[in-house]
Design a protein around this ligand. Sequence first.
Ligand code: SF4
Length: 319
Amino acid sequence: MIQFGGCSLLGSAVVDDDRSWSMQDYEGAIARWCPGCGDHAVLAAVQRLLEDEQLPPEQTVFVSGIGCSSRFPHYLKTYGFHGLHGRALPVALGVKLRRPELHVFAVMGDGDCCSIGGGHWLHTTRYNPNITAIMLDNGVYGLTKNQTSPTSPQGLKSNTQPRGAFLPGMNPISTTLGIKNASFVAQTGDWLPDHIYATLKKAYHHKGFAFVRILQRCPAYTDHLFTDAMRDPSRIELLLHPNGISVPELEGIYKNHTYHDPSDLTNGFRLAQDDGRFRLGLFYQNERLPVYEEVRAVPAKSAEQKLEILNKELDRYAV
Ligand code: SF4
């Protein structure tokens, strides 16, 4: 990037470094999710984060797969890629590897991430690129009208398993924590806007792959999944620590607190186990782990050096 006083040359565009952005600079099309869908609250928290962090829209990329939540890029005035089912993470990783200076976010649903995208989820966690991954978990395939997803609780009736889900739902938090090189795992709920915001802010500032599971209401198909947690604060447990996620106003409402040091993976894993409680906060964070785009970075070469390498390679085939 070439600097000219208060301006810089980024690619072929002249950029004024004194610019500032308002909320309108991040607002895309009007969201077409169902009324009351939890995705609306997550979008609002993301827009608030973008404005507070003053992320330049042209240097910010939202990549999604397929599903209700994957409409996210349409509703933001940043760069976006609404891709293929389950493939948000490899596309986001490709963007990050090619343009490591960009702010890259991946938005996925539970079916998108944990089913067809399961392999990508596992390996992107292991690669640990500097990407913020937001998984909106409503426990169902909503876009395709009520089908059992990997996180559907056992017994949940759907169009594909009308007698109830045969298997227990998978646990995305403990699964992610079990992957080698996982560096940031947190959970929040869509009905707590300040907690979503604080969680996303922490995730955005994390160096490495930040995996955030958001418990998301789907009034169309799985509204009841989180009703108890919303109405009865005793069902919620906040994970608290000076290095964790802090929303002091919520601590008086949600009185179940667990003091958890997010550097303690073993305890984070224990807390992630299903026992009927909704634990919100930071389960684990480690910023000392290898970050993929850094460990695989190839030192920049001049045109002469590239030519020399090319000639040396061609000489191998000389006869
Ligand atoms: Fe939201 Fe569910 Fe409607 Fe999809 S079907 S937009 S997840 S409420």
